[in-house]
Design a protein around this ligand. Sequence first.
Ligand code: ADE
Length: 230
Amino acid sequence: MKIAIMGAMPEEITPILERIGEYKTTKYANNIYYETSYKGCELVIAYSKIGKVFSTLTATSMIEHFGCTKLLFSGVAGGINPSLKIGDLIVAKKLVQHDLDITVFGHPMGFVPGGSVFIESDKEFIDIAKDVAKELGKTLQEGVIATGDQFVHDSKVKDAIATHFNADALEMEGASVAVVCNALNTPFFILRAISDTADTDASFSFDEFMESSAIISAEFVMKMVDKIIE
Ligand code: ADE
């Protein structure tokens, strides 16, 4: 088994690299991949850079070039559901590209012919995550994550995404990673800890809490790895 662990920004994978300690560094397709053996299991760790294009490239590379057979994503998100506070964890039950728009041709938002509006995550990983949350005594919310190539910092935009897709959180990579994993038959899991609430104060909140929330998510994902390879 070879597991991919992905983030979008350095802060999202640094806590994982620090925990692992020793790794081999490989440059591929304008990115750096960290390979290691962890408790007898091979891991490939990388941050993609922000957005749908870079995350698509990294997820594809991890599966097709590095041979990963499962993918776990760790990072931060803007909260939509008011029950989600800074630092809270949400796992994607399904994901959608909120900015994919050919509605002028009569298609629903998030849809292009040959695709689907939502992509569902692997149920086994969600069950494992629930077990981990229980063991850690942590609350883990399950919901819809909406992905787009914009940092949302406006309640009107946030509310539109919430209404349209019944979304609980938003970020900039999850749905593109989901599309890749779904197409390449690779079970995946997208975990996010809340860094902001995607309204006027979002950029300030993000700057303040991104690092601490990224650590919360990364620590949870490493517990998931422990359980997966148990
Ligand atoms: N990731 C974390 N916060 C975000 C936001 N407000 N918009 C998009 N992606 C995010």
